[in-house]
Design a protein around this ligand. Structure first.
Ligand SMILES: *Cc1c(COP(=O)(O)O)cnc(C)c1O
Length: 424
């Protein structure tokens, strides 16, 4: 179904983006495992290259299976367009360089995925892009970090690894007051638990490696554009308001709500090339078809596991935002009334040694550097995902050796609780 706007979320999960296939009448969105497409004539080819006619040229730029996924997620998020990438990290990097270059600045929450801290603080820095990290709860810190070089605000709605909730509506207001776009990493919440566009995000990014695919088989990322950010005559973005030398003198701001996402595809994807393999799109599409069912159960199991851990004398603190004891309880209810997903951390009273002995004692739950899988997985942030970060960063973000991060899966709840109990 191409036009799904009037349908509910679950119908869109299953039908959005795929309008049927005239040749095969395939029920499932077909896998177009091809790298290129034949032209009807030289004139046809020329029109495609000049963007005067829509059509496929080369899979780095467009692929029909990727388009099914892009349109489906666009429908679920409530945006105007999306672009799939080879990983969540690629989606993030490409989105940033679609806005910022050498000499520019980005303001980011500091409570984010460890890999993103490295990308921002080391690799982007080498390219001349300065990322200023702020405490996401300190709204005045966002405002104070703004300069005339700022091109983007970035946060994760649910932070990493302690599941802090960013007040995205308030952060969006500050960004927009300064005509700066706002990108939200919605990997943990997915569009089922929260659609960040409804609270002012201009773009969302997902590591589809996680809940969207959900079954642990793929690396994938996707960037969605709300179409609401206005680049036209915005003095922060000469890039969008001057004729583009590599695109027939096109002024991207003239494309209105499609400016960001079309530039991302036509220029950044064309030049940097982190496209998603069609087979991986096919697998993510299959995952998305059961997203709501999985997320409901993820949330249900996570709350029960969090409550159990909270009742145990070995545990100092449980950072699950849906617990009444959490400082983020109100924000979690505001942004995610159906539940706050299934990734959170908890701290052992005995520090690193106790955390390690617990993790080594688990029989069913796996020690894996991943999350959002149907399988329950734990990790030790201080020695894995966040281990490349400085002592100072660890201290500021309250990451200690006693912390264990859990991503609660879909196994029988009683089996999970028993495994945790025996390992304690
Ligand atoms: C995993 C993750 C990423 C990176 O995505 P990859 O698919 O691993 O490249 C980015 N943000 C968050 C919140 C993540 O959990």
């Amino acid at each position: 179904m191409k036009d799904c706007a009037s349908y509910g979320f679950e119908t869109k999960m299953i039908h959005a983006g795929y309008g049927g296939d005239e040749q095969s009448h395939s029920v499932v969105p077909p896998l177009y495992q091809t790298n290129a497409y034949y032209y009807d004539s030289t004139e046809h080819a020329q029109k495609l290259f000049e963007l005067k006619e829509a059509g496929n040229i080369y899979t780095r730029i467009t692929n029909p299976t990727n388009a099914f996924l892009e349109e489906r997620i666009t429908a679920l998020e409530g945006g105007v367009g999306a672009l799939a990438f080879s990983s969540g990290h690629a989606a993030m990097f490409n989105a940033i360089v679609n806005l910022a270059g050498a000499g520019d600045e980005v303001i980011s929450s500091r409570n984010i995925y460890g890999g993103a801290v490295n990308m921002f603080g080391v690799s982007l820095k080498r390219l001349g892009i300065t990322v200023k990290f702020v405490d996401p709860d300190d709204l005045s810190a966002w405002e104070e970090a703004v300069t005339d070089k700022t091109k983007l605000f970035f946060t994760e709605l649910i932070g990493n690894p302690h599941a802090n909730i960013s007040d995205i509506e308030s952060i969006a207001n500050i960004a927009h007051k300064h005509c700066i776009p706002f990108l939200v990493d919605s990997t943990f919440n997915t569009p089922y638990l929260c659609r960040a566009f409804e609270y002012g995000a201009d773009f969302t990014v997902h590591s589809a490696t996680k809940y969207l695919s959900g079954h642990g088989q793929v690396m994938a990322g996707i960037l969605i554009d709300s179409g609401k950010f206005n680049f036209k005559n915005n003095p922060r973005f000469p890039l969008y308001n001057e004729p583009d030398v590599s695109y027939h003198g096109l002024v991207f701001a003239d494309l209105g709500g499609m400016a960001f996402i079309l530039r991302l595809r036509a220029l950044i994807m064309r030049d940097l090339g982190s496209c998603l393999a069609p087979f991986n799109s096919f697998l993510v599409l299959q995952g998305v078809e059961t997203l709501s069912l999985r997320m409901d159960r993820h949330c249900q199991n996570a709350l029960a596991v969090a409550e159990f851990l909270q009742s145990r004398p070995e545990i100092e603190q449980v950072n699950y935002p849906s617990l009444k004891s959490s400082q983020y309880y109100d924000l979690a209810n505001k942004y995610m009334p159906k539940g706050a997903s299934s990734v959170f951390s908890f701290r052992f009273k005995g520090g690193k040694e106790k955390a390690a002995s617990f993790m080594n004692g688990l029989k069913l739950i796996q020690n894996v550097s991943n999350l959002g899988d149907i399988r329950t997985q734990v990790s030790h942030p201080a020695t894995t995902t966040h281990s490349q970060l400085s002592e100072e960063y660890m201290r500021l973000n309250g990451i200690s050796g006693g912390d264990v991060r859990i991503s609660v899966g879909l196994e029988t709840l009683d089996d999970l609780l028993k495994d945790i109990e025996q390992a304690l």
